[in-house]
Design a protein around this ligand. Structure first.
Ligand code: BEZ
Ligand code: FE
Length: 280
């Protein structure tokens, strides 16, 4: 046995891991300690800097509540959420790609009729969302559930403005018909900043980063026998597409919104979702 030294710091800590612990936990902790110590050595971290980091993490925890999860936001802006998602959702080329879930999904949105509107506050520019849900061979999937949510015309989700927006504003669930088709009315979404009034916002500012996300609509598509798809569609031409604060943009998810001659629904967003077979 050897005592802790600068040169052997990670080895000294990892030597304490129990012999009979869960093998996955052993691998994760060993790697975490190895990389953490390598990072501290790489930047020759000062005591003051380590204290700043601990204060930052403490503040991140303190601001968390039932309504706010600052650690997920931190994971998002560091690209960790997207990397975990990428590793765990490797899909065939033809399948629609996943992207970040974000903190504003609410389970149990009302199930609405085909063609119904999810916009309850009457704001924004109405948009017809329509298309198909298919498998990777192009076969329609009937009865697939489409869970959709987006911000309102002011760039806020209903859960960010309780009492201001109606509950379930810009949210709904739809089922595809026998031909795998879906259609509903929503709004053409607008870009918005992620919450930046907490430690993550301070970190973005200190590191010369902005908090903006390009305009997008969120979807979770599920059907028995297929991988659950968590994704967005993005509005082509948005100014923030190339610098999304949470790295969620993937080129195939960018859609040209088409103007329509219908004054009541001046936009159309046509997009087909392609589900990959469920993996074990
Ligand atoms: C969102 O798109 O709703 C979102 C994603 C990550 C962080 C904050 C918001
Ligand atoms: Fe969003």
């Amino acid at each position: 046995m050897s005592y802790f030294t600068e040169a052997q710091s990670a080895e000294a800590v990892n030597a304490r891991l129990g012999a009979d612990i869960d093998p996955r936990l052993d691998r994760i902790m060993r790697s975490l300690v190895t990389h953490l110590h390598a990072f501290i050595k790489d930047v020759e971290l000062t005591g003051e800097e380590w204290a700043t980091a601990i204060d930052f993490l403490t503040a991140t925890g303190r601001i968390c509540s039932a309504e706010r999860q600052e650690f997920i936001l931190l994971s998002d802006v560091l690209g960790a959420s997207m990397l975990v998602d990428a590793i765990n959702n490797r899909r065939p080329d033809k399948a629609t790609q996943n992207t970040v879930l974000g903190p504003f999904h609410v389970a149990g949105a009302p199930v609405r009729e085909m063609g119904a509107s999810i916009c309850l506050d009457g704001g924004g520019e109405a948009c017809l969302f329509e298309g198909m849900v298919t498998d990777i061979a192009g076969q329609p999937i009937a009865g697939a559930e489409i869970d959709v949510w987006s911000d309102n015309a002011d760039g806020f989700y209903d859960v960010q403005q309780p009492g201001v927006q109606p509950q379930w504003n810009n949210r709904g669930r739809f089922l595809t018909d026998k031909d795998g088709r879906y259609a509903f009315i929503g709004i053409k979404p607008v870009s918005y900043p992620i919450p930046y009034d907490g430690p993550v916002g301070q970190m973005l500012e200190a590191t010369g980063r902005h908090p903006w996300r390009p305009a997008h609509t969120h979807f979770i598509i599920s059907a028995p026998g297929f991988d659950r798809l968590v994704t967005h569609t993005f509005v082509a031409g948005d100014a923030w597409l190339e610098s999304d604060a949470v790295f969620g943009v993937k080129a195939p998810l960018i859609v040209d919104y088409e103007p329509t001659p219908d004054a009541a629904t001046p936009w159309r967003c046509a997009f087909d979702f392609v589900l990959a077979p469920a993996h074990a």
